[in-house]
Design a protein around this ligand. Structure first.
Ligand code: NAD
Ligand code: MG
Length: 392
């Protein structure tokens, strides 16, 4: 049984109809009343959102899409339905919550991250894109208001736990593990004609469509390098990636005395979700104990950045700083969307990102507005490059 805190934690769950959102509601249901969802949100999926609200006794929901919000308001009269970006911000700032879980996909999640931290509310962050796009501004905002960011991404959750018991200045490097995705071991020439179905068949994790494609291109690991840089303040040259196909080790830290610490477990996102939602408490999660003899062996290999250039592109954009990661992320979102719609071949994802980065000047980051501009510019550029690919 979970240890009860004195006060239940009031939670807003954004992107509750997605892969992370649904698993978060499972964690909430098992918490014995310790976690209380007070508001839920989705992009367009109003019917599943209403079903979730009914099941969990939630009286406020928000939909990013105004048409979906209007339909939800007609169908559901037991509570309040908010709409659009303003609705999302109201949901966060007016629900008297102690924590927000941001499980929205893509840079659309940045607004929610900013609204949460700006109010000084603790953030359980699955939406890695908000840190990729606006890392410096986001972490500065959290520092200014005193809000915590607890990562939900499994590698960063592992690092958060590993780092917690170490003194400042003792950590030499962070090592992020990557499954390698469904195309691990293939050369660049073998990736030209892979299908959408093959790219969506992730070997170890079951996730939403966008992150599954990001895992197949290794962009996901590139985004995670930038995420780790901002979360832990670690310079890029001290963040490494190793491919570990079994996804049992979720990440490692190398220490100054030659020791390396690892975090292990079966791949199940309810573990890092539970860690973030209950932090600093730990509660039981129904995951099988690790059976090492049954696993037999864990293997490791270096990532192939020639076949999977997205890893390099992400790292370079992180190093360039300013608006470069925002440009890279926007181009990736456009390219992945086009790939999933059958309008771009798999290797076209990396080439659209690379050309967008070459053509869009890097600006210094002054404000969140400069990000909105860079994001829009990169999306337009990437969309025209996709168009050229489609015609070619
Ligand atoms: P998903 O596609 O399954 O769900 C996305 C959710 O966001 C849905 O509820 C959807 O309605 C909502 N949404 C989509 N567009 C929106 C918009 N414009 N405005 C507001 N809401 C919108 O995605 P997911 O796999 O659950 O991933 C969510 C986030 O968590 C991503 O940033 C992903 O990188 C990260 N993450 C996911 C996993 C995983 O196992 N799924 C693991 C680590 C990190
Ligand atoms: Mg991850």
């Amino acid at each position: 049984m979970p240890k009860l805190r004195h006060v239940p934690r009031r939670l807003v769950i954004l992107g509750s109809t997605g892969s992370i959102g649904v698993q978060a509601l499972d964690v909430v249901e098992r918490s014995g009343g310790e976690l209380v969802p007070v508001a839920l949100s989705a992009g367009t999926a109003w019917e599943p959102l209403i079903r979730q609200a009914r099941r969990h006794g939630v009286s406020r929901i928000a939909l990013a899409d105004p048409d979906a919000a209007a339909r939800a308001a007609e169908a559901w009269t037991d509570g309040e339905v908010l709409s659009g970006p303003e609705g999302l911000v109201s949901l966060i700032t007016e629900s008297e919550c102690e924590m927000v879980l941001n499980a929205i996909v893509g840079s659309a999640g940045l607004l929610a991250t900013v609204a949460t931290l700006g109010e000084g509310i603790d953030l359980a962050l699955a939406n890695k894109e908000s840190l990729v796009v606006g890392g410096e501004l986001v972490t500065a905002l959290a520092e200014a208001t005193g809000a915590s960011i607890i990562p939900v991404d499994s590698e960063h959750s592992a690092l958060h736990q590993l780092i917690a018991s170490e003194q400042a200045g003792t950590i030499d490097r962070l090592i992020l593990t990557a499954s390698g995705g469904p195309f691990r071991g293939r050369g660049a020439s073998e990736l030209a004609h892979v299908t959408i179905e093959e790219a969506l068949a992730h070997p170890t994790w079951s996730m939403g469509g966008k992150i599954t494609i990001d895992s197949a291109t290794l962009m996901n690991k590139g985004l995670e390098i930038i995420e780790a840089h901002h979360l832990f303040g670690t310079p890029y040259e001290r963040i490494e990636v190793v491919v570990h196909p079994q996804s049992i080790i979720h990440s490692l830290i190398g220490l100054c005395d030659g020791a390396t610490l690892a975090h292990l477990g079966y791949p199940d996102m309810r573990v890092p979700i539970s860690y973030a939602l209950h932090h600093p408490a730990r509660v039981e999660v129904p995951v099988a104990p690790l059976d090492l003899p049954a696993l037999g062996s864990l293997t490791f290999e270096a990532p192939d950045e020639t076949a999977f250039p997205c890893l390099r592109l992400a790292r370079e954009s992180g190093r360039a700083g300013g608006t470069a990661p925002c440009t890279m992320n926007a181009a990736n979102e456009v390219a992945v969307h086009a790939f999933l719609a059958g309008r771009l071949p798999f290797p076209g994802i990396a080439s659209v990102i690379e050309t967008t980065l070459e053509r869009q000047e890097v600006q210094r980051l002054h404000s969140f507005e400069s990000l909105t501009d860079a994001d829009a510019e990169a999306r337009a550029l990437a969309a025209s490059l996709v168009e050229q690919h489609a015609v070619a």
